[in-house]
Design a protein around this ligand. Structure first.
Ligand code: FES
Ligand SMILES: [Fe+2]
Length: 332
């Protein structure tokens, strides 16, 4: 995983009024909301005797351990040890690690890494998706490293094979480009130009329009784990690749639309689109879980081709971000 990043780790709908214990980033975490609706994330292990805090409850804006009632605030500090009495101060060392969280667009981000800088910027989202869209979400578990799941969504070469009877129908196996357009340090577009093999060689990335003024369609990726398939202005598929541990990923897949705005009907339409989206994801999953090695990297012995360029761009930037934090750690 790339350290010092905002990772989407939960969907807002998953955190209601009870604490929720999950594995994310290879760690046991507890998410909970106070009565103001503010989400917090702590390591899911009580400092006292090591049981899971997620089996406890939220009381007066604090998370209470189920075993002996220690109470924690959002910063992970123990505020009350009932057996010592409410007027006995709690020693300083009584705290669990807490992670900064950020909630927006029905998603929950967690800052994963060292202590965040004082001027920590909120995470980036697609600025062309707003409340005028309605959406449905599915959570799909993959037995794969999250980097491989991301790469699959940037892979334009696989479409006519893995999805030969769905979104890759038509046998457009020849890959022009593809065009990769960096729009920020942490965000790029992929312009897709697949076509039927008519015997002409594939056009080079420098020969395809970037961006393409004649059409909207593109893929978008935001580091470290957010992706959008911009199908049209009114229709999008968004995915968050939620790392569970080194071998497991949850794909949070959302279908967004705003061509239909009639209440209820619009929700029905987004909901009805989900079986198809799940089916596409399952076509991918069947193949992606067989990757060797499990995790992606720059030098892993793969023989790449021109059409793999978006994957190469992803790998290079991922490696550079990891290297940046490594160097920072050496300096400090
Ligand atoms: S184990 Fe949590 S209060 Fe004792
Ligand atoms: Fe696919």
């Amino acid at each position: 995983m790339i350290p010092n990043q905002w990772y989407i780790l939960m969907d807002s709908k998953q955190i209601k009024d009870r604490p929720v214990g999950v594995t994310r980033m290879g760690e046991k975490l507890v998410f909970w909301r106070d009565e103001m609706g503010q989400v917090s994330c702590l390591r899911d292990k009580c400092v006292h005797r090591g049981v899971k805090l997620s089996k406890g409850q939220v009381i007066d804006g604090h998370l209470q351990c189920p075993f002996h009632g220690f109470e924690y605030d959002a910063s992970g500090r123990v505020t009350l040890i009932p057996a010592n009495g409410k007027n006995t101060p709690v020693p300083k060392g009584f705290r669990v690690h807490s992670y900064p969280t950020y909630e927006a667009h029905g998603l929950i981000w967690v800052w994963w890494g060292e202590d965040p800088p004082a001027d920590l910027e909120p995470p980036r989202f697609f600025d062309d998706i707003d409340d005028s869209f309605s959406y449905s979400t599915i959570y799909d578990p993959w037995e794969a490293h999250y980097s491989r799941v991301i790469e699959n969504q940037l892979d334009v070469v696989h479409l006519p094979f893995v999805h030969h009877n769905t979104i890759g129908r038509g046998g457009r196996s020849l890959v022009d480009g593809p065009g990769v357009e960096w729009v920020a340090d942490d965000m790029f577009f992929v312009h897709v130009y697949n076509r039927i093999d008519d015997g002409t060689p594939p056009r080079k990335p420098s020969e395809v329009p970037i961006p393409d003024p004649t059409r909207d369609y593109k893929l978008e990726f935001i580091f470290p784990n957010l992706w959008q398939n911009y199908i049209q202005e009114n229709v999008r598929v968004v995915a968050a690749f939620v790392p569970v541990d080194q071998g497991h990923t949850l794909l949070y897949l959302r279908f967004y639309q705003k061509f239909l705005r009639v209440p209820l009907l619009r929700d029905l339409v987004t909901w009805l689109a989900m079986p198809f989206n799940r089916m596409i994801a399952r076509q991918d999953r069947r193949v992606v879980v067989t990757h060797e090695p499990k995790s992606s990297g720059l030098k892993i012995g793969e023989m790449l081709i021109q059409g793999d360029r978006p994957i190469v761009e992803y790998r290079r930037r991922r490696e550079a971000l990891i290297e940046m934090t490594r160097q920072k750690a050496v300096k400090t």
